[in-house]
Design a binder for this molecule. Structure first.
Ligand code: SAH
Ligand code: TYD
Length: 406
């Protein structure tokens, strides 16, 4: 595939990470021999400006009944989603019997906010284990992939929705035209789609190359998202930057002409033009900064090794799979990765096979340095780890630049 998934124009690959495993493919040692790898290459479309992967593993490989990402592992994300629900209820839902559909509801972190105030809701979540957590919370959730066919079934059974929501999910779905056609069918004439995903502007600005991994098929800008929805007779009427996942953008989309658009949409498009998000050279610069970041991180880890320091990873994130395998970080350099997610503990990291251990092992014997793979949660993590710093521990971060925090 060398054509843009959105507009079919030939795209320009700008960064190849080589063979990569599944970002959430945490595995047991008896699975090492059969581990799956694919070519991780990211490309820019010079026509519609969509940044995208050239190859993506099948959805059945990524979204399995043992899916390792549980949304509710971060308290700051729970607060974020609570505020998200308040905004949707206040600004977009009609007072009488509204109906909300969430695409990719995972363990119900957002949907439960609507259920708690008695709002009619439906979650769509293909990964069986996390969908089950949502169901166990009393939420209505279907263990299915959202697309045009499912949208038709939902309309037939439940009727159209006042709001369709999605957080960190649309960018995961390569068959985006089918998803958008489904959303259009599902939305009432006055309904809104509210979704958010990591923002390309922040990825470039922070050299957050670790956002690039198998599940992220697309890296959205306001420009590329506007084009996509326009093709389906839908309109981006508002955009709101979000301070989560290292910098995200929330988009509000309606049927064309259904609501007055905010000036923020065009303002962001203008800003993106000024930042060069429409030019291939911008992405060449990103590639060079990524390569430099890799060199600096490896130089630091080798130096700490020579000095006999213990380094432990903090947060077995999906993003860490890209960093570890692209940079060539091994168990010699990072002893283990601490993570609070039970399904990841006792397993090994994808590709490099660094052990993932329970958080209690981090606190029981603090290392000299903690490599903050969950850097996007720094505001939550660093204050709560005062004990680590009091014991002389130091944080290493690599976004926006490689440094030891002091
Ligand atoms: N919304 C949550 C989860 C994001 S992870 C949050 O922001 O924390 C992405 C989720 O999308 C996963 O749970 C995955 O199983 C789900 N997903 C992937 N493809 C999907 C599709 N076609 N339809 C609905 N959900 C999908
Ligand atoms: P996250 O950065 O949200 O996502 P991604 O997988 O998309 O890169 O993942 C956070 C990971 O870090 C998750 O596995 C839980 C773990 N974690 C901790 O171990 N401790 C913490 O205090 C927090 C906030 C997260």
């Amino acid at each position: 595939m060398s054509k843009c998934r959105i507009c079919q124009v030939e795209y320009v690959p700008f960064l190849s990470f080589g063979k990569m495993p599944l970002a959430n493919g945490f595995l047991a040692s008896d699975q090492f021999r059969n581990e799956y790898f694919f070519e991780l290459v990211v490309a820019f479309c010079p026509s519609c400006c969509m940044v995208q992967l050239s190859e993506q593993p099948s959805r059945e490989r990524m979204f399995t009944p043992h899916y390792a990402y549980f949304s509710s592992t971060s308290t700051s994300m729970a607060t974020h989603f609570e505020k998200f629900s308040h905004q949707v209820i206040a600004d977009y839902l009609p007072p009488h019997d509204p109906f909300v559909v969430e695409i990719g509801c995972n363990d119900g972190i957002l949907l439960e906010q609507f259920a708690q105030v008695g709002i009619r809701h439906l979650g769509i979540e293909p990964s069986a284990n996390v969908a089950q957590v949502a169901v166990n919370k009393g939420l209505r959730a279907l263990q299915r992939y959202f697309d045009e066919d499912l949208a038709r079934e939902i309309v037939a059974e439940y009727g159209q929705a006042d709001a369709v929501l999605g957080a960190n999910v649309l960018c995961h779905i390569p068959y985006l035209h089918s998803v958008v056609a489904g959303i259009k069918m599902l939305l009432k004439p006055g309904g809104v789609l509210v979704f958010e995903d990591p923002y390309l502007g922040d990825i470039l600005d922070k050299t957050a190359y670790d956002q690039i991994y198998d599940e992220h098929a697309f890296y959205f800008s306001v420009t590329s998202v506007r084009y996509l929805f326009q093709r389906h007779g839908l309109e981006v009427v508002d955009v709101m930057p979000q301070n989560v996942h290292g910098g995200s953008m929330r988009y509000v989309v309606t049927h064309e002409g259904a609501r007055k658009g905010s000036a923020a949409v065009m303002a962001h498009c203008e800003r993106e033009k000024a930042l060069g998000l429409e030019q291939p050279e911008t992405f060449e610069g990103f590639r060079r900064r990524t390569e430099r970041s890799r060199e600096e991180l490896m130089a630091l880890l080798f130096k700490l090794k020579r000095l006999g320091k213990r380094v432990v990873g903090y947060g077995a994130t999906s993003k860490s799979t890209t960093v570890i395998n692209y940079c060539g970080i091994t168990r010699d350099l990072v002893e283990f990765i601490s993570d609070t997610t039970p399904i990841k503990q006792g397993k090994f990291s994808p590709g490099a096979h660094i052990p993932v251990r329970p958080y209690t092992e981090f606190t029981a014997n603090y290392p000299d340095h903690a490599l903050l793979f969950a850097w996007n949660h720094a505001r939550e993590i660093i204050p709560k780890e005062r004990g680590f710093q009091a014991a002389g521990g130091k944080w290493i971060v690599y976004v926006p630049k490689v440094q030891i925090l002091i």
